[in-house]
Design a protein around this ligand. Structure first.
Ligand code: COA
Length: 324
């Protein structure tokens, strides 16, 4: 028995904002942003909601998997930017899709959210509790961004990615072969966003709207050290060597981080497809959108061995090895 990924999907908002566009509203330039991050553009939600983007991505994944919404019995929504605090994202997507048989809930592991969701789904499916799961990473980070802070607002974008994972009774050696996840709350404040202030009859903390706050250099150091180590552990768990991996699909925070990870793993950049040029960093949606784009481009063949890896706020990190 194995757990296989049988469908992927993604959706991004219509509005495409280039670095040039941003340079008209804040003191920045395409040269600065592109040379430090690899980002050229991002998509920003105007009419789109996190839930609708997630539902569009989920529908595309279901269609590839040739499953109906009613076939899904587990739906996990990974997000830090749901449209509402209650009900959660996954329940909203359940309503939109009519996935009436599913149990739906959210997790927040920031940019590692999709990997953590995949790990949860894998555990449920392997233990026989459920058969077909939908794992969604969806964000409208534009709502958490301080658009006057050029150090952060140029980095993020909006969008959603989804994957259907299912129990495969016949195959022993394919599907999800190894996963690791980790967290270090002790260093959490290097990338943070406060909730709305506490106001009640006993306390008044004001009405200031909180935004994402980041120590970019600390996050950079964390990523280039932790991600290669997590990938090595996941590859070992899968009883493979990194040379046997065909593609590494990493969280799309920054091209330089990906180059540094590739170098540490001794692997060529051709094995590391990127899309931050077009989407920026979409947190939990980043890995599943990249996976879907690479899958639909025809670059993933049956039997290919693929690493997925996410890292971000928490701090959190996760890596998975799949044989397609
Ligand atoms: N446009 C132009 N100048 C900018 C700018 C922008 N968008 N953002 C910052 N600057 C300026 C700063 O004000 C600073 O100017 P100063 O030297 O006059 O004070 C200078 O550029 C350097 O800023 P700094 O923050 O030290 O830049 P950096 O080299 O560390 O690069 C990041 C910033 C964010 C690109 C880099 O730290 C990084 O990629 N970190 C990882 C972040 C990440 O991946 N986060 C998500 C993880 S999930």
């Amino acid at each position: 028995m194995s757990v296989r990924m049988i469908g992927t999907g993604s959706a991004v908002p219509k509005l495409r904002v280039t670095n040039e566009d941003l340079s008209r509203i804040i003191d920045t330039s395409d040269e600065w942003i592109y040379s430090r991050t690899g980002i050229r553009a991002r998509h920003i939600a105007v009419e789109e909601t996190t839930a609708q983007l997630a539902a569009d991505a989920a529908e595309a994944a279901l269609s590839m998997a040739q499953l109906a919404a009613e076939d899904i019995d587990l739906m996990i929504g990974a997000t830090a930017t749901p449209d509402r605090l209650l009900p959660g994202l996954a329940c909203e997507v359940q309503r939109i899709l009519g996935a009436t048989r599913a149990v739906a809930f959210d997790i927040n592991a920031a940019c590692s959210g999709f990997l953590f969701g995949l790990n949860i789904a894998d555990a449920y499916l392997r233990s026989g509790v459920y058969q077909n799961a939908l794992v969604i990473g969806a964000e409208t980070l534009s709502r958490l961004t301080d658009w006057t802070d050029r150090g952060t607002c140029v980095l993020f974008g909006d969008g959603a990615g989804a994957a259907v994972v299912a129990v495969d009774g016949a195959e022993e050696t394919r599907g999800i072969l190894g996963m690791v996840q980790g967290s270090d709350g002790g260093r959490g404040m290097v990338l943070s966003c406060a909730n709305r202030p506490l106001n009640n009859p006993y306390v008044n903390h004001g009405n200031e709207i909180p935004y994402v706050h980041m120590n970019g250099q600390e996050v950079y150091k964390f990523a280039v050290k932790t991600v290669p180590a997590a990938i090595m552990q996941a590859v070992e768990k899968a009883r493979l060597s990194v040379d046997e991996i065909d593609l590494f699909l990493l969280h799309q925070a920054n091209y330089r981080i990906i180059e540094a990870v590739a170098k540490r793993l001794g692997q060529p950049m051709e094995k590391f497809p990127t899309n931050m040029q077009e989407h920026g960093n979409i947190s939990a949606a980043s890995v599943p959108i990249l996976l879907d784009e690479v899958k639909r481009s025809g670059r993933i063949k049956d039997g290919d061995k693929i690493v997925l890896a996410g890292f971000g706020a928490g701090l959190t990190w996760g890596a998975a090895v799949l044989e397609w």
